[in-house]
Design a binder for this molecule. Sequence first.
Ligand SMILES: Nc1ncnc2c1ncn2[C@@H]1O[C@H](COP(=O)(O)OP(=O)(O)OP(=O)(O)O)[C@@H](O)[C@H]1O
Ligand SMILES: O=c1ccn([C@@H]2O[C@H](COP(=O)(O)O)[C@@H](O)[C@H]2O)c(=O)[nH]1
Ligand SMILES: [Mg+2]
Length: 209
Amino acid sequence: METVVDASTSEEANGSAVEKKPTVVFVLGGPGSGKGTQCAYIVEHFGFSHFSAGDLLRAEMNSGSENGLMIRSMINEGKIVPSQVTVNLLQQAMEESGNDKFLIDGFPRNEENRAAFEADTGIEPAFVLFFDCPKEEMERRILNRNQGREDDNIETARKRFKVFLESSLPVVEYYESIGKLQKIDAARAIEEVFESVKTVFASINEKED
Ligand SMILES: Nc1ncnc2c1ncn2[C@@H]1O[C@H](COP(=O)(O)OP(=O)(O)OP(=O)(O)O)[C@@H](O)[C@H]1O
Ligand SMILES: O=c1ccn([C@@H]2O[C@H](COP(=O)(O)O)[C@@H](O)[C@H]2O)c(=O)[nH]1
Ligand SMILES: [Mg+2]
């Protein structure tokens, strides 16, 4: 199994060099909960590279690749693209970034995604941010987004909410069960949400110092 790693190494007590794994934070939350919006602020303040799995899939869909049609059909139905496609795109983006701190937004979407990422990269997240937001608010945000996304319509949004409840929430619950979940009330103004996010990242930085 290939491990995605930063080129840097650290010395073990016996003097042998060991690969230093990148820091990964998964950013989860329902459709329209504000993941992308908050990730942009985190990048500015804390030096992470941000990869939205949905954005990577949309870019792949528009690139004319052999997976393009399959990805478009899955996105328009609100379904989860096979893990290997998404994990490969994430691995490639991480490798090309030259960074060793990553925000992975909107992934893992289900248990299979979670297991595939861990198996292929050997990386477990340092922690998981979860943006908790009522469905009515997420629906309002999606329908007002106006970024030309084909899946921002009421019919697909409802399918995405259903998939979120059935497949993605169990992943959130898993991370809660192992003590890695940082839950944020996302039903507030953008700046207020970011105040809570900042507290989480600041306390993690303190622990590392
Ligand atoms: N706290 C907030 N209050 C009001 N509007 C917000 C807030 N956060 C984000 N928005 C707006 O809601 C819309 C959805 O936000 P964003 O794209 O960040 O969500 P997302 O979780 O990445 O959604 P998706 O899962 O569909 O990619 C955007 O138009 C954004 O400007
Ligand atoms: O890991 C992933 C992430 C996304 N998808 C598909 O893309 C759309 C849109 O995702 P956003 O995070 O809202 O940008 C999502 O509904 C899925 O169809 C995916 O399959 N796997
Ligand atoms: Mg997004």
